[in-house]
Design a protein around this ligand. Structure first.
Ligand SMILES: [Fe+2]
Length: 214
């Protein structure tokens, strides 16, 4: 279960409405490397993790990504607050106005709707944790692109906070990957969704049939 705190993880402020930038930042709401994709990916993957630590990391980060999704929603709302049809047309985002007005819609910066295909899950912990590290780097890079596209210091502050958290998440997934790899070595099991004994466990000592040496 979750407990909801009625506050944002970090303040979200804008100096002025900016519909054009809202059209860009919406990708962190419903794009492939956005906060919805990240939260659902991690909260889904935790069921197939083999250690308590890895499950806890996925739960913690998946939960925090939900809070980031809320920050992006607040940011888009403030950037489009009181925007008119003319404002949306000038920003080249009239499709948003026609179909949703000021309502949020899960899409990327090019208007492509969010897809479950963004949630990678192979059920193999090494694969999934490595995927997550790549996902965090993609999110970091996207935030850097967004920061480069705005001159609003308030918006930059929000985006820098989110950028920083992606770096931390990358590091924590790296720690989880190390723990899972250690678990595999110590338990002498490989993982393919089930625990499977290594072939060399079945062989008598001194008869390593997998060795290429004469
Ligand atoms: Fe993240």
């Amino acid at each position: 279960m979750w407990l909801y705190e009625k506050k944002l993880q970090h303040p979200v402020r804008v100096s002025r409405p900016d519909v054009k930038f809202a059209k860009m930042v919406i990708t962190q709401y419903g794009g492939p490397d956005g906060e919805l994709s990240a939260s659902l990916r991690y909260l889904n993957q935790r069921y197939s993790m083999p250690t308590d630590m890895a499950r806890a990391v996925l739960t913690d980060i998946g939960t925090e990504e939900l809070a980031h999704m809320e920050m992006i929603a607040a940011l888009v709302y403030k950037l489009t607050e009181c925007a008119s049809c003319k404002d949306y047309k000038e920003a080249g985002w009239e499709g948003q106005f026609v179909q949703h007005d000021g309502g949020l819609f899960w899409a990327d910066a090019n208007g492509v709707p969010w897809s479950a295909k963004y949630i990678a899950c192979l059920g193999d912990p090494i694969t999934d944790l490595t995927e997550n590290m790549a996902a965090e780097q993609k999110a970091r890079a996207t935030y850097e692109h967004l920061i480069a596209c705005t001159d609003d210091p308030c918006v930059k502050d929000t985006l820098r906070f989110l950028w920083q958290r992606e770096v931390v998440h990358f590091q924590r997934f790296g720690e989880a990957l190390n723990v899972v790899q250690d678990w595999m070595c110590q338990s002498k099991h490989i993982w393919t969704g089930h625990e499977i004994k290594r072939e060399d466990e079945e062989q008598p000592a001194g008869e390593d049939k997998t060795s290429d040496s004469p």
